[in-house]
Write a protein that binds this ligand. Sequence first.
Ligand code: ADP
Length: 485
Amino acid sequence: LKSRLSDASLLKTDSYVDGRWVSGETAFAVTNPADRQQIAEVADVGETGARKAVAAAHEAFAKWKRTSVFERARLVMAWHDLIMEHVGDLGTIITAEMGKPLKEARGEVAYGAGFVKVSAEEATRLHGETLPVQFPGARGWTIRQPVGVVACITPWNFPSAMITRKCAPALAAGCTMVVKPAPETPLSALALAELADRAGIPRGVFNVICGDAEAIGPVLTRSPEVAMVGFTGSTSVGKLLMRQAADGVKRVSLELGGNAPFIVMDDADVEKAAEGVLASKFRAGGQTCVSANRIIAQDSIADDLIEALKAKIEKVKVGSGFESDTDIGPLIHDEAVGRVHKLVEHAREKGARIVTGGRPLDDELGGSFYAPTLIAGGNFDLDIARNEIFGPVASVYRAGDEKEILRVANDTPYGLAAYVYTRDIGRVHRISEGLDYGMVGVNAPMVGSPSTPFGGVKESGIGREGGKWGVEEFTELKFVLLGGV
Ligand code: ADP
């Protein structure tokens, strides 16, 4: 990996605590899922490292919260500029540890940097209000203040953007941070720490610690010095962290799993809808929480959609993310391949038709690969319809009228992203309003921008990231009443 980087000093294997690089007593391996080769050994700083990071963030908060928001925004913007200056290397690190194609990896870095820029800008626009009050001779107003020390636990599917999306708004708002990245992808997080250091973000303000989640997690969720826990990952771990944080009544911001319906109505442009499914379904190999999970087609166009999808999916090229013609890379590890294949096999056993794909490619390609797959004829009770697939498997279901479509689309505990393709303006409004989801893409396969609110309802999470909402999330609203005026 080092030889692929133009700035090899971005490759860090120690944790970043209180402005210094610290090692641990043990270490864990990071491997490239495309060939299963070890690319680094990263220090595990464990519970002790977590305690030190929390203490450092707590100490740094006293000064950081009083630093002018313009100065904080300037430092956050300097971080943004360095991230963009190193977009190539940061992309290479993502591809090496996570597997997505290089072009997509660089896109992720730029997308993640967008949150850094927008957060720096939005923080300078936060403001309070003066309010009417019921007491004579009194005045009332609100101020927005940083929440305090924020602990973040992040996943491997967006090793860079999930860090910047949480940290930039928190830092700009005046919070200090302790981040624990996923064990599969710590190198992207550590490279971002190195760039934060170069940007001049003061010591203790931004800390990145790697190591055993079960040892570090409780320190982050239970320390009295931590005011808020931010998490992106599985719903089960999100619930566990929420339970742990409940004892201290800490604020939580959770981006959890999804089960996105991708609805194609009979008046839609089927070709465009098929292109949309590919974009939504196969980005990051289908390993995103907003990936189309259930493609729901109205009866009369379902066969056309399946045909269009088959033609496109058969052209998808699977391979190492470092090869320029690769469309999708490996899954994150062999366990993920096994899990995806089990869902596909269950659908097959229950009578669904595997139109194309449907098998692991690990023997052929020497890594954690799965064939791009299309399934038709399944019903909504299948495991593959009820669970988040997190792999390159598109499954098409049939439904009748608008009412039925909304019913099946909402029949899940999740509520993150939903998509609908239609050219009827009435349907656009009725369906987007009727979907119990935090985000709806209409004739659009992707919903996230740095300037717009990202987040879910129901068991998909709490809170919003992005834009002014992402910054407000890391602030408390205080009311001040002045009497005797
Ligand atoms: P996935 O199954 O896709 O890896 P997880 O929700 O398990 O998703 O992981 C997301 C993040 O949560 C990772 O950083 C992981 O280390 C962390 N994590 C997993 N289990 C725990 C736990 N018990 N306590 C704290 N963090 C955890």
